[in-house]
Design a protein around this ligand. Structure first.
Ligand SMILES: [Zn+2]
Ligand SMILES: [Zn+2]
Length: 241
């Protein structure tokens, strides 16, 4: 596969490097819109104010996705993960997955109900608690992909095709995550869920999401249980074959 490499770097919104200027200048925050003086913005001109930088993980994900027009869910997820409010492991990943999928879907399709969809997905993802992977046999990142499919197709417990697709989506992600094996890693499991979900949305719903990018993990030093060379996103092993 001819893959673009994704590393987490500067900008929360797009991942581009930050550019610092000696003189402060006035810019509007890309998330809340407030005009403030700053010394730094990313290479694409995004500035994010200190208050937005310290939002709770779920607020940060929702507001960033509301402001983003990224068509690549993997790239957006990697940019978001760089924020320290998104922990190495934690249930915020259960919302991160549907949020970036919905954002990319809406960016490609021109769907204007993104804000409403992000809010619905957040409510549902909040029901998926930490530790579901080991205790319930159902990784929350995979459930997040099922939430995305349900929201995007408008599935309900009584739907037929939408119900089928939403359950198949979770199943496909769980298969990828289960086959990679434990112990849990919210980065690895999120990457696997997003890669699987992106392809699923393209195959079954013609989402038109770009398929080139593969994440390279930069979090292994923060993960005591990292599989290192046993993980396909570990820097030394990524992109081999
Ligand atoms: Zn940016
Ligand atoms: Zn702000």
């Amino acid at each position: 596969m001819n893959s673009a490499t994704l590393n987490n770097s500067g900008c929360l919104l797009c991942g581009a490097d930050l550019v610092y200027r000696e003189q402060a200048y006035s810019l509007s925050c890309a998330l809340c819109g407030e005009k403030l003086m700053t010394h730094a913005a990313c290479a694409n001109g995004h500035f994010i104010c200190d208050r937005c930088h310290s939002l709770s993980a779920l607020d940060l994900i929702e507001q960033t996705c509301n402001a983003s027009a990224d068509i690549d869910p993997l790239r957006l997820a990697v940019a978001l993960m760089a924020n320290p409010n998104i922990k190495m492991h934690g249930p915020e990943h259960h919302y991160l997955v549907p949020a970036v999928l919905i954002t990319a879907w809406c960016a490609v399709s021109g769907d204007e109900s993104k804000g409403e969809k992000l809010a619905i997905a957040r409510k549902r993802a909040e029901d998926v608690k930490g530790g579901f992977c080991g205790f319930h046999g159902t990784c929350g990142a995979a459930m997040g992909a099922g939430v995305a499919c349900s929201v995007l197709t408008g599935a309900t417990p009584l739907a037929r095709e939408e119900w089928r697709l939403s359950n198949l989506m979770t199943a496909a992600c769980l298969t990828a995550i289960g086959e990679a094996g434990g112990p849990r890693c919210c980065k690895r499991d999120t990457f696997l869920a997003l890669l699987t979900a992106r392809n699923f949305l393209n195959r079954h719903l013609n989402a038109g999401l770009p398929e080139g990018s593969l994440p390279v993990c930069s979090f292994s030093a923060n993960n005591r249980e990292c599989l290192a060379a046993g993980c396909s996103f570990y820097p030394a092993t990524a992109h081999k074959g």
